[in-house]
Design a protein around this ligand. Structure first.
Ligand SMILES: Nc1nc2c(ncn2[C@@H]2O[C@H](COP(=O)(O)OP(=O)(O)O)[C@@H](O)[C@H]2O)c(=O)[nH]1
Ligand SMILES: [Mg+2]
Length: 357
């Protein structure tokens, strides 16, 4: 499951978006609960709807995304301290472009470019603190006894330190696989993929959804980040309408898809995530994977037993299945492939796992 952290300065629309996107709220982080809301969002997936039409299962189970929101007096340091943020696969930084004078702006003016920069600087500073503390520690330990492993760690961290001191986020650093593995445990914030969510003013619709301000684009390029625009206030209004009125209102505003859909789709693109499906009379279900995942690891998403006892995967492409209308017909046409443990799962694969228990 993809885990994302919603971060941002106060009163930019984090809670509004969190409520729009999540259905359940879970308590995590025990005592620190007051600093992080954690909820689950369903991933919009039109292909799953088509499969449900075909199989008429008892249950339709979408893939889910876990969202953690910074609340109350959370600071950048909280991002380091709270597991729900530190362990996130991606950071979603909400910046305020809406002008509403009734909502006070903490830094006095509306400036998404400045806010994007400032947050990036804070992430870099938080990482620099982590790197410096570890380097000091390594320095002391290495004086006591030599160790190749610790020296290798020191070398990589010193490179990170120089990068951060130059004001560059770690996500821009080209790393050998060995080095990235070494760094994984640190969960550096500026190394995480970053999606900037521009919370637009109503009056910016619909053109603001497609066009990113050139100076923001420049900052995004420097940060190696992506952006997506939404208007939380309008989404909230749409959410209160019945289905028909919601569709008419959205069409009037030129909104082809909901803000939730835009954000999740952009996150998937940013992270290079793909969907695969399992189908049957009981349930049709969508699953999420990082691109490049092999069949045996995909099986683990479903159950560790399936991965352990993996025999083979029977795979048919979504488009073939829709075209032929049933798995039996796909089999007759030789469209169901038998794949082994190391098969790299593709976006849209419909998979039946065969396993021994
Ligand atoms: N006009 C306008 N107000 C918004 C929008 N998004 C959020 N707000 C308002 O801004 C205030 C702060 O929003 P909230 O979601 O609590 O921000 P947070 O502090 O980042 O969690 C609330 O009064 C919201 O109703 C928006 O897109 N347009
Ligand atoms: Mg809030």
């Amino acid at each position: 499951m993809l885990r994302a952290a919603l971060i941002g300065f106060p009163a930019v629309g984090k809670t509004t978006l969190f409520r729009l996107m999540t259905s359940v709220e879970e308590a995590r982080d025990g005592t620190r609960r007051a600093e992080a809301h954690v909820g689950i969002a369903k991933v919009p997936e039109p292909r799953l709807d088509r499969l449900v039409e075909l199989f008429r299962p008892k249950q339709r189970v979408p893939a889910t995304v876990e969202l953690a929101e910074m609340v109350g007096h959370a600071t950048t340091q909280s991002l380091v301290d709270i597991a729900a943020f530190r362990d996130a696969d991606a950071l979603l930084h909400i910046v305020r472009a809406f002008r509403d004078e009734r909502v006070p702006h903490t830094s006095g003016s509306i400036n998404p470019v400045r806010d994007t920069r400032t947050m990036e600087e804070e992430l870099i500073l938080a990482d620099l603190g982590v790197a410096e503390r570890r380097i000091e520690r390594l320095h002391r330990d290495l004086k006591k006894h030599k160790s190749d492993d610790l020296e290798a760690e020191q070398a990589v961290l010193t490179k990170c330190q120089a990068t951060l001191e130059a004001g560059t986020p770690l996500r821009r650093m080209a790393l050998e696989p060995q080095a990235s593995k070494l760094l994984r445990g640190f969960q550096f914030l500026s190394a995480k993929p970053l999606l900037v969510i521009n919370n637009l003013d109503e009056s910016d619709l619909p053109s603001g959804l497609e066009e990113t301000d050139p100076s923001l684009q420049e900052v995004l390029r420097e940060a190696d980040a992506k952006a997506v625009a939404v208007c939380a206030k309008i989404e909230l209004e749409i959410g209160q309408l019945d289905k028909e009125s919601a569709e008419a209102f959205s069409a009037d505003l030129g909104l082809a898809e909901s803000g939730l859909d835009r954000i999740i789709r952009a996150s998937y693109e940013l992270l290079g995530y793909i969907s695969f499906f399992t189908v049957g009379e009981d349930e049709c279900r969508a699953w999420t994977l990082p691109r490049g995942t092999v069949a045996q690891d995909a099986a683990r998403e479903i159950h560790s037993d399936i991965s352990r006892g993996f025999i083979r995967a029977e795979v048919v492409a979504y488009t073939d299945l829709i075209e032929h209308g049933s798995l039996a017909s796909c089999r007759e046409h030789g469209l169901v492939r038998l794949e082994g443990k190391t098969y790299v799962v593709r976006d849209g694969d419909v998979i039946t796992f065969r396993f021994a228990t």
